[in-house]
Design a protein around this ligand. Structure first.
Ligand code: HEM
Length: 402
């Protein structure tokens, strides 16, 4: 079995419910050249090393064969660009999102988050014995939160939902094997989303308000102001990153608890366990499995292999977090794990910007589900999964409650 075919098997939908044995196969070759010239990195040490290497680029235009999307994009968001522009935009956005300028923002949201969670549970607890944790809870919760933060009307969700799906579908686009429509739909959805966000931004100029769009539109900090295009691409990034991943962490969390009833029971009596438990979930069942969009800015030597300039680099984050050379008994879900520097939020300069919010949302969501649902039972195991091998999680998670 070659590494190429192992990667193809991972990308195939049949592996979605349990890709972990295939990750173990991949790790036998930490830096594996693929038939198309790309390199797959699957071990903890090599992933961490390369994520801290200044010659690793997030800008797909640095690939020797850039994808059509990379060539055509107008103003990319800061997740797909390099320093110094990345650092400037991240700093400008972070002024309104966390320390050092807005240190209390996330912790101050705790009462609101608890109220949103409580009302979602009230709705399904009284209505039905059969609950879909995704549609009834794990999706609407982070969507409501990120809409409030950004200043995007919650009732517009049906409009942007379709665009987000098309954009996520295009993330694993492979020009060799996929029809061009897959990429074209993603690019059109990005244009539609930018136009929509532009419409929300326009009336906010000169009218400072509390939401992030207003703040970015009226901020004259030490780095100057973002252009309108930069604000739109930042809002686009935050809107998608702010919910597409958290929905999977909450759902993967509930699934894992139902598969480990002794831990679920323990959490009822030991609510403080939730902090370590969410950390272990980010290692054991992370929402982001693969970062497929890195490029070698110049030749990079990794584990005695020279990755030539312009090569595409695919980082198997979820495999790194299950690497037995880094974590004891990595396939065991162990919320008591002390040494848990997982790769759930990535590492290096693109380390997740929303980690504190995602952690708090998931801690509140799982704590309240466990507290309020007396006898939850999984209806289908494994549940059906969403198509993406990159942002991996169940599309539905039906549970019966009594
Ligand atoms: C459980 C939930 C989440 C997970 C697992 C997650 C995971 C990640 C990962 C792995 C990266 C690194 C990507 C890379 O290196 O290319 C990342 C970056 C990012 N995340 Fe998250 N994320 C989550 C929630 C959020 C939330 C709630 C927000 C915003 C409110 C957010 C905003 C971002 C942004 C803006 C970046 C790009 C950072 C940069 O390029 O400097 N994420 N996230």
């Amino acid at each position: 079995m070659t590494e190429t075919s192992t990667l193809h098997r991972i990308l195939d939908y049949s592996a979605r419910a349990d890709p972990y044995p295939l990750y173990a196969e991949l790790r036998k070759t930490p830096v594996a050249l693929q038939e198309d010239g790309s390199y797959v990195i699957s071990t903890y040490r090599e992933i961490t090393d390369i994520l801290h290497n200044p010659h690793l680029s997030s800008d797909a235009r640095n690939l020797s064969r850039p994808t059509p999307a990379a060539e055509e994009r107008d103003t990319p968001s800061f997740i797909t660009i390099d320093p110094p522009e990345h650092d400037r935009l991240r700093r400008l956005a972070m002024r309104h999102f966390g320390p050092p300028c807005t240190p209390g923002l996330v912790t101050g949201m705790q009462p609101d988050l608890t109220a949103i969670v409580g009302s979602l549970i009230d709705d399904f607890a009284k209505n039905s014995q059969l609950v879909d944790i995704v549609d009834d809870f794990a999706y609407p919760f982070p969507v409501t939160v990120i809409c409030q933060l950004l200043g995007v009307p919650r009732e517009d969700e049906p409009r942007f939902h379709q665009w987000v799906n098309a954009i996520i579908d295009s993330l694993d686009y492979n020009p060799e094997t996929d029809p061009p429509e897959k990429m074209n739909h993603g690019m059109q959805a990005t244009k539609d989303m930018h136009q929509y966000l532009g419409g929300l931004l326009e009336p906010r100029h000169g009218r400072p308000g509390d939401d992030l769009l207003s703040r970015l539109a009226n901020d004259d900090g030490p780095d100057g102001r973002m252009t309108d295009k930069e604000i739109i691409s930042t809002a686009h990034l935050l809107l998608i990153a702010g919910h597409e991943t958290t929905v999977n962490l909450i759902t993967n969390g509930m699934l894992t608890l139902l598969r480990h009833p002794h831990v679920l029971q323990r959490l009822r009596g030991e609510p403080d366990l939730i902090v370590r438990l969410v950390e272990e979930l980010l290692r054991y069942e992370p929402p982001v499995h693969i970062i497929p969009w890195r490029a070698a800015y110049s030749d990079i030597t990794l584990a005695d292999t020279v990755i030539p300039k312009g090569s595409r680099i695919i980082l198997m984050l979820a495999s790194g977090s299950r690497d037995p050379d880094r974590f004891d008994d990595p396939d065991r879900f162990d919320p008591d794990r002390q040494d848990n520097q997982h790769l759930g939020f990535g590492s290096g300069i693109h380390l997740c910007f929303g980690g504190p919010l995602a952690r708090l949302e998931t801690q509140i969501a799982l704590s309240e589900l466990v507290r309020r649902l007396e006898r939850p039972r999984l209806v289908t195991d494994p549940p059906p999964y969403r198509p993406s091998p990159i942002l991996r999680g169940p599309i539905h998670l039906h549970i019966e409650q009594s």
